[in-house]
Write a protein that binds this ligand. Structure first.
Ligand code: SF4
Ligand code: SF3
Length: 556
């Protein structure tokens, strides 16, 4: 075994990928990712040991967030870029260490000083610093829980920084929490405290991104998003980075090319700033894991701004994929930012001009835009519906979608009830269909694709699926819960008529989970299966302290 990774929900056998990843990650790439994390821990150790003020090292802060983001599931499959990133990180680390006194340097851990020139040396080093280098299963479990939370946090901080919003204290926390992963003497109590602190900083990071998005693009508002296609050539944009989308819309204006969103980019349509582009045509396709089919029929170029990339099976599709930011795929053109974050998307635009328009997959529309500001403006009818009993319950079904099981909509009727396997994603479709008519789903993230085309109707003027946006907009759901608590005069967020049935797949969902726990939300159902990286003892601890469970909510 030359790799070990168990960071996502689809890890092999529910325990860990050891001989290549289920996601398509190679053993070499997994090793390079381990070394990149280790190098960033070394940077954290330097920052901590000599008490460097994070506001004084902006380049290091941003590069560490980008590095963490590159290791998120399905973000970057490019070994050459990972190697390049390690070299860049080592250089930044060595520059940081450069001005230190001999006595300080001698106190630094290996991660802050090791050298590896060649790829072989990197791989050799990586084989000693991966997940399994922490022997104690509970320490390993909490350490990884924190690390995965940091990856999600870094993703959100990275997006906010692209829009000019940064918070040195969040960077400071990321450095110190990374450094903590090198400390041998940490007790389980220390790690539990750090886990909770990670959740608190997760809330701050999501608030920062919310502020960045809403100050740049306005507040999301109720919007009908077209699912059909037009007759012009198109560019499909996937991932989560709204600043990339804005630049592409600016550069395609007046070219006769339409721009469509895919998967987690759908919520861009809810923002006023994007609506002014008449060539921003609609949403094409479905959740990330269906992209190979969606891309085949799209016909034009595809831009990945972040995860989730599925390794393309055909050369033809691969030749139409472009990446930017933290994302990457070998053989695909990567568009790097120039001065002040400006990107030149002309290679994508030129390709689009030569290719046919997208083939229609479906018609109709989706309704979304129920982020905090819009929902607060609907507070009266919502409160009235709760008071009269028209709305009995809200169920938060935010999070990630995933491949298991691949048949999206199923229907096996046995007697009166639909049968489904609770350990697969089919469960979420079945659950949404079975909800009583007076229940409303609150959602964010690509988990919504399991039920957002089921036409679940509305209760008066309130749709039964309220989509707040991307996974990072789960922050909106927390704000909505806190507002409801205030308006209903409750003292505990857990007294609200809300249950949490959250789907997870990758590490952004981990920071959302930790953020919810830090806000005091209890009894979250997490699925379709609990993370493999939670050891039995850590599961027990999370269950006893927060009521977190892998069990599904009671039969309806
Ligand atoms: Fe396996 Fe998930 Fe890691 Fe990929 S990200 S190697 S599927 S655990
Ligand atoms: Fe989805 Fe990848 Fe997580 Fe942003 S696009 S929620 S899985």
């Amino acid at each position: 075994m030359s790799m070990f990774c168990f960071q996502c929900q689809e890890t092999a056998r529910g325990s860990g990928c050891e001989y290549g990843g289920v996601c398509g990650k190679t053993e070499d790439l997994a090793q390079l990712m381990d070394l990149l994390i280790y190098t960033m821990r070394g940077i954290g150790a330097i920052v901590e040991t000599v008490d460097i003020e994070p506001s004084g090292i902006p380049e290091v802060n941003r590069e560490v967030c980008r590095g963490l983001f590159m290791t998120i599931t399905n973000a970057n499959f490019d070994e050459a870029r990972m190697e390049e990133e390690i070299r860049k990180m080592m250089l930044l680390r060595d520059q940081l260490r450069g001005g230190l006194k001999e006595s300080d340097v001698s106190e630094l851990p290996d991660a802050a000083v090791f050298q590896a020139e060649s790829l072989e040396e990197m791989q050799f080093k990586a084989s000693y610093v991966g997940v399994l280098s922490t022997r104690d299963v509970n320490v390993r479990s909490l350490r990884q829980l924190i690390t995965y939370g940091l990856k999600g946090m870094a993703a959100y901080v990275h997006h906010a920084a692209n829009l000019g919003k940064e918070d040195p204290e969040i960077y400071g926390f990321i450095h110190s929490a990374l450094a903590a992963g090198l400390k041998e003497e940490q007790t389980l109590d220390d790690l539990v405290t750090l886990t909770m602190k990670t959740g608190e900083y997760g809330v701050r990071a999501m608030a920062l991104l919310d502020e960045a998005n809403t100050s740049a693009f306005g507040h999301p508002e109720i919007t009908e998003v077209d699912l059909g296609v037009r007759n012009n050539p198109g560019i499909l944009v996937s991932g989560h980075d709204l600043s990339d989308l804005l630049q592409l819309l600016e550069q395609t204006e007046g070219t006769g090319i339409d721009v469509y969103t895919h998967s987690e980019m759908l919520p861009a349509h809810y923002y006023p700033a994007f609506k002014r582009y008449s060539h921003f045509a609609g949403n094409y396709g479905s959740a990330w894991w269906r992209q190979l089919t969606d891309f085949e029929y799209f016909n034009g170029p595809i831009l990945f701004t972040t995860n989730c990339i599925v390794p393309p099976e055909s050369e033809e599709v691969r030749s139409r994929i472009f990446t930017t930011g933290a994302s990457g795929y070998p053989g695909c053109v990567h568009i790097e930012a120039e001065e002040e974050g400006k990107k030149d998307f002309s290679p994508i635009i030129e390709m689009a001009k030569r290719l046919p328009p997208p083939t229609e997959l479906e018609t109709g529309h989706l309704v979304g835009g129920f982020a905090h500001d819009q929902v607060f403006r609907l507070a009266e009818p919502i409160l009235e519906a709760i008071r009269t009993g028209a709305v009995k319950k809200f169920v938060v079904m935010a999070g990630c979608d995933g491949r298991s099981k691949a048949s999206e909509y199923f229907s096996v009727n046995k007697g009166e009830k639909e049968e489904y396997d609770e350990s697969t994603r089919e469960y979420y479709t079945a659950y949404a269909k079975r909800l009583p008519q007076d229940w409303v789903i609150l959602t964010a993230g690509c988990a919504k694709y399991r039920y957002n085309k089921l036409n679940l109707g509305s209760i008066g003027s309130i749709p039964r699926v309220l989509d707040a946006g991307q996974c990072n907009d789960s922050y909106s759901l927390a704000l909505i819960a806190l507002k409801l608590k205030e308006l209903l005069g409750l003292s505990d967020i857990n007294d609200l008529p809300i249950i949490y049935n959250i789907a997870w797949y990758e590490q952004k969902a981990v920071i959302v989970l930790l953020a919810l726990l830090s806000l005091g939300v209890k009894n979250i159902h997490l699925g379709p299966t609990l993370p493999a990286f939670l050891s039995p003892d850590v599961r027990k601890l999370l269950n006893e302290t927060f009521g977190l469970t892998g069990e599904k909510p009671e039969e309806l």
